[in-house]
Design a protein around this ligand. Structure first.
Ligand SMILES: Nc1nc2c(c(=O)[nH]1)N[C@H]1C(S)=C(S)[C@@H](COP(=O)(O)OP(=O)(O)OC[C@H]3O[C@@H](n4cnc5c(=O)[nH]c(N)nc54)[C@H](O)[C@@H]3O)O[C@H]1N2
Ligand SMILES: Nc1nc2c(c(=O)[nH]1)N[C@H]1C(S)=C(S)[C@@H](COP(=O)(O)OP(=O)(O)OC[C@H]3O[C@@H](n4cnc5c(=O)[nH]c(N)nc54)[C@H](O)[C@@H]3O)O[C@H]1N2
Ligand SMILES: [Mo]
Length: 755
């Protein structure tokens, strides 16, 4: 049942202002922008105090991204976009009770996402009752009671879905999955399903662990760093400092991307006065303007030249890998004409690249969403690993695989059990520790959750995030949520998932990273794992904006206790929800690598989790060796007369949270409804800059179209276009996902563009 609320908000078509693409990232404009956001949200004093605690040993982990902190963080260990994320959360503004009387769900849904987010922090529990259009305050105990009873009364445990967004701490995430498993389901869809799932699956198959194998120090010992399908200048700005430092130590950087992103062009270190004055340092030594989804073909072709020329580490291959002969055979079958067509690169260019790869004594390959969100992502990542294995670049200093994670604790959430496909070993450990009966039946991931909820309804509970806007196929996702009898959001800020709901909806306002976590047992600490497998403390100190907000683990325990009161069970939920060291004991008892968790988490830089391929070239695959893959080369082809569309982030957003309509580095401001298109495609169509067009998805059995987009001429390969996420999720069919990973294909959608 829906309330007629708008699933996307208003479309206020405005022509964008277009200026030159910036040649240098960071520098003074970044410092100014960071402070502008800080001061607007927190005032000057509070900004200075809060920002100075970001990523410090005794401070909080920046909610901006999962990039690791150096062993000795500088006093300003944050970047422009981290500062925006911090300011957005730590805002002094809170939503008052009168707001909910004045604004119906319907009227709120007609506001923009920027407006919704700008209303401030959610400050007290709220309920939207069946047939009502207004949220109203409810006390915590009643809210927990309603949710606990709804879970208990479900006939089929699998009709409950426990979604997780990657900001949740290890402690919150562990309790969340414990609640789901005590309830009897593995329905734990998470943002990782839309993000690095393909990396986890591919790396598990190739090297026996679904994580990267490099440490931050490895950057300084590398010869070659490849950044493929990633825009670090905007999404991981502190990575630019690591790239710059690696270059000073003699490494070279190769960028592979349909767009030459500003961060890969040049960089001015905001903490280096010499840099701030100069014209910046060049980051990428070379740039490959690959066509969208040409990466698997490119890496196979590079591998082919290396095999053909004998540029391989035979000793490593013989003693540590399996499947080389089949791979070498597959590399003989490549068709250069097809490779040139798919990648947009010439054979001689690719041969030069292969030579460059073969000369490197330590190669690190970094990637993000440009690689993981395609139909063939798992195969593409395995192809990337193949090339590293050829040179023995795994388990050696200065070399390895480096999937660069998105949400600041998405990797930690997985480590502590947020997965729809848990290992029997982990489930057995949970059963022993908590005296519960779990199920081994795999649960629903994000795509399957949408499909199943659309059919059967159920209860959707969300630990953070904005499932409605983040997920592909906004209409289908909305139908799924609206089919539910109850939707529950544990959130910091207002977003569209609070407006497109089940029959009854509940909002539970929680404390964020920057806030002091206080429970009935006094102040608590939290912990997180960064993109390189280091677990460390996160200790917010900001006084909570409202006394009616609670810590995430306290909220989860509150729900779980009410459910257990009815369903039976012996988990000490109240203790877990008030003393977070008990949660860490639970993690220690069930997840390998967390020995002495409570004492080691107090070490200034935390501790490193074991990583067998990196630590001693141990590969926990069925063969006990790193596995070459040798499937056929695949690539995405749009329908006739259509384009391949990728959906990307602007500089002024964090996922579905939009700060402003500007995208400074790409020289675009004033509108987000833009399509980046090559000049030659524009000429063919007769489009001028600013031309208004309609975009329609092709190859689906239903109409998926969206109007009022403005064409922006851009340096992007012919046949490829780009739009911003989340607006374009409307155009990504739910049935289009990665083989084996079920990640929505947010970077390859066949679209026709008319206007
Ligand atoms: N400020 C800020 N920081 C963030 C986020 C944010 O929204 N804002 N989000 C966080 C999260 S959850 C994540 S997952 C990360 C995302 O970090 P990124 O992956 O950097 O984010 P995207 O904007 O999706 O960028 C994808 C890049 O891949 C390129 N690309 C697209 N298709 C292809 C392809 O087929 N091949 C190649 N080689 N390149 C391609 C695009 O041009 C773009 O540069 O950032 C995290 N950090
Ligand atoms: N088309 C397209 N779609 C995509 C992508 C893409 O590149 N293209 N990227 C995908 C990726 S990589 C990801 S990770 C997903 C992101 O999916 P999500 O993680 O679901 O989305 P976010 O926008 O990060 O969630 C923002 C909301 O989280 C809540 N929040 C923020 N901090 C906290 C906190 O500390 N605790 C709690 N409880 N709540 C908090 C706030 O209410 C905020 O409105 O989107 C995916 N969707
Ligand atoms: Mo992500």
């Amino acid at each position: 049942m829906g309330r007629g609320a708008s699933r996307t908000g208003p479309i206020n078509f405005r022509k964008p202002s277009i200026s030159l693409v910036k040649e240098v990232a960071a520098g003074l404009p970044a410092v100014i922008s960071a402070w502008k956001h800080g001061i607007a949200n927190m005032g000057p004093l509070e900004s200075a105090k809060t920002l100075s605690r970001a990523n410090q040993h005794d401070g909080f982990d920046c909610p901006g991204c999962a990039w690791p902190d150096p062993l000795e963080p500088s006093p300003f260990e944050y970047c422009e976009n981290g500062a925006k994320a911090i300011a957005d959360e730590a805002t002094n503004k809170i939503i008052q009770d009168s707001f909910w009387k004045e604004n119906s769900v319907l009227s709120l849904s007609r506001k923009s996402d920027v407006w919704l987010n700008a209303q401030g922090r959610l400050s007290r529990p709220l309920i939207l009752e069946k047939n009502s259009n207004y949220y109203k305050p409810i006390d915590w105990d009643r809210a927990f009671g309603i949710i606990g009873a709804a879970l208990f009364n479900l006939e089929d445990e699998d009709d409950a879905y426990f979604y997780t967004s990657g900001r949740a701490s290890n402690e919150a995430a562990f309790l969340w999955q414990l609640l789901a498993r005590q309830h009897g389901t593995n329905n734990l869809p998470d943002c990782s399903n839309m993000c690095h799932e393909s990396s986890g699956i591919a790396l598990g198959e190739s090297i026996g662990i679904g994580k990267g194998t490099v440490r931050l120090e490895d950057f300084d010992h590398s010869d070659l760093i490849v950044v493929v399908g990633q825009n670090p200048g905007t999404n991981h700005p502190r990575m630019l400092s690591a790239l710059r430092s690696a270059k000073e130590s003699g490494s070279s950087v190769l960028s592979i991307n349909p767009i030459k992103e500003t961060g890969m062009r040049g960089f001015r270190h905001p903490q280096n006065p010499m840099d701030m004055l100069g014209s910046g340092v060049k980051i990428a030594d070379d740039h490959i303007d690959i066509k969208i989804n040409g990466d698997m073909a490119l890496f196979r072709a590079i591998g082919s030249v290396m095999v053909e020329s004998g540029w391989v580490d035979k000793a490593f291959i013989d003693s540590n890998t399996s499947g080389y002969d089949a791979y070498a055979k597959a590399t003989k079958n490549i068709n250069w004409e097809e490779i040139e067509q798919v990648t947009g690169q010439t054979e001689s260019r690719i041969r030069d690249l292969a030579y460059h790869f073969s000369k490197s004594k330590g190669t690190i390959i970094c990637w993000a969403m440009g690689i993981t969100q395609h139909k063939n992502s798992v195969d593409t990542i395995r192809e990337i690993v193949n090339v590293l294995l050829l040179g023995g670049h795994v388990g050696r200093p200065g070399a390895g695989v480096c999937p660069v994670r998105g949400h600041s604790n998405v990797q930690g959430d997985r480590t502590v059990g947020i997965t729809h496909a848990p290992s029997p070993r982990f489930l057995a450990a949970l059963e022993r520790k908590y005296d519960i009966i779990t199920t081994e039946k795999h649960g629903a991931d994000s795509v399957h959750a949408v499909e199943r909820m659309r059919e059967r309804g159920g209860i959707f509970l969300s630990l953070g995030g904005n499932f409605l806007s983040a997920m592909s196929d906004t209409d289908r996702t909305a139908e799924a949520l609206e089919s539910c009898s109850l939707t529950v959001q544990i959130s910091t800020k207002l977003n569209r998932s609070h407006l497109i709901t089940g029959d009854t909806a509940i909002i539970l306002p929680c404390l964020g990273r920057t806030d002091e976590q206080v429970t009935s047992k006094g102040p608590q600490i939290l912990s997180v794992e960064n993109s390189m497998g280091v677990v460390h403390m996160s200790n917010g100190k900001k006084k909570r904006p409202s006394m009616s907000m609670r810590s995430e683990p306290t909220i989860i325990a509150g729900i779980a206790r009410k459910r257990q009161d009815m369903a039976g069970g012996t988990i000490q939920w109240s203790d877990l929800g008030s003393d977070f060291s008990l949660i860490r004991e639970g993690i220690e008892a069930t997840v390998p690598g967390f020995e002495a968790y409570n004492s080691r988490i107090l070490q200034p830089s935390g501790f490193e989790l074991p990583n067998p391929p990196r630590d001693n070239r141990t590969f926990r695959t069925p063969s006990g060796r790193a596995e070459f893959s040798s499937g056929e080369i695949t690539f995405f082809t749009p329908d006739d007369d259509c384009y391949t569309m990728m959906t990307i982030r602007s500089h002024d957003q964090f996922n579905t949270t939009i700060y402003t309509d500007n995208d400074r580095y790409r020289g675009i401001s004033g509108s987000r409804r833009i399509v980046l298109m090559s000049r030659s495609d524009m000429e063919e169509r007769g489009f001028k800059s600013g031309h208004m067009v309609q975009i329609s998805t092709t190859g689906v059995d239903r109409k998926m179209e969206s109007g009022e987009w403005s064409v922006v001429p851009y340096e992007i390969p012919k046949g490829c276009v780009a739009t911003y996420f989340p607006e374009s999720n409307h155009l990504i069919p739910i049935e289009s996902y990665g083989d084996g990973s079920f990640t929505p294909t947010s970077k390859s959608v066949s679209v026709s563009i008319t206007g």
